[in-house]
Design a protein around this ligand. Sequence first.
Ligand code: PMP
Length: 432
Amino acid sequence: GNGRVGVHAELTRRHRAVLPDWQALMYQQPIEITHGEGRRVWDAEGRCYLDFFGGILTTMTAHALPEVTEAIREQAGKILHSSTLYLNHHAVELAERIATLSGIEDARVFLTTSGTEANDTALLLATTFRRSNQVLAMRNAYHGRSFSAVGITGNASWAPTSLSPLQTLYVHGGVRTRGPFAELSDEEFIARCVEDLEDLLAQRRGGVAALIAEPIQGVGGFTSPPDGLYAAFKEVLDRHGVLWISDEVQTGWGRTGDHFWGWQAHGANGAPDILTFAKGIGNGLSMGGVVARAEIMNCLDANSISTFGGSPITTAGALANLNHLLERDLQGNARRVGGLLLSRLQAVAAGLSCVREVRGRGLMIGVELADGSLASAVTEAARENGLLVGKGGRQGSVLRIAPPLSLTVAEAEEGADILDTALRQAEKQATR
Ligand code: PMP
């Protein structure tokens, strides 16, 4: 490589002196990623890695995708101003595409700069529409870092304050393998979660605005409820006039292989009233948004602007990224290559007692280990051997695997080999 040895240590020291203590960094010796291509990235010390995390799922298609780079370059050569006070043809076209893809009837789309802002807007819409600040969220959920988003986060290590503008009640069901209903069959599990939800809503006498949930919990460790849960919830919510917000920040755009949106795993009856997205759509650019029926979107009766939401440069890049995704059927690639990777990792795990479960859909695969220190050891060892993976789960015990959706079979095998070695090493240490 052409990087300089030692630059990471120096940058880490300066980072820690000036940025907040609570701003999480990966790895004991953090790295700066300086460039990327395809499914690979390089760090400031010149080392190359196969990227199985895409900067927490922000690289949707590929690193340095020429069409995206060209769209950004072309727009940057014209103007960089940003204001929702003026028309922007990229934003209109992107919103049209997303409205159609969303499956929401009479859809309106509002573009934001992040997932947090998208969820914040969804909560603003739902609470205003229903004139209530009571919301339901799933245990162990993560929805962002704003005041309203941390107020609904069901994972204490990502919720720095117990103060909240919202009254939040937590619902069972986001995690199939933990909690009071863990021993039940899928059908019984859904029935009990629905009963629990009915009970919660009966107590509230119709005063709840919305349920917000991630179809597959991201930060929570890529856990899935049984298929059909959110459709069963939706039937109850409709009866109580409660809106259903699907947070598709991690599960959207075909990542889960079989479906374009995560909620679709639950069947057509599980369609959300409001859908939020971010991360992958911008392929690294700051882009998010909210989709809702016009009746809900237009319930705000004051003016609003977003200076940077849907700016010309981010929408130009996002549009090129989305076109590439659809033209190349990267959802199909996620299904095929993700399926191979999942079975390969399940085979690796079969012989290892340190692995609790290998689960996932498409290119969203979680490897749950016996504890968080094992997961740290595996992520560090994988990095040493040239592979970046993420971590998640309540105890930080889950490896999160979410490569760019253009991953090839050869790259899937290369990454699986590195994980195989790292997991065996961890197993030896754990059983010593
Ligand atoms: N929702 C989910 C499901 C997420 O995973 C995240 C980010 N990890 C967010 C919302 C917040 O998005 P952002 O970091 O872009 O604000």
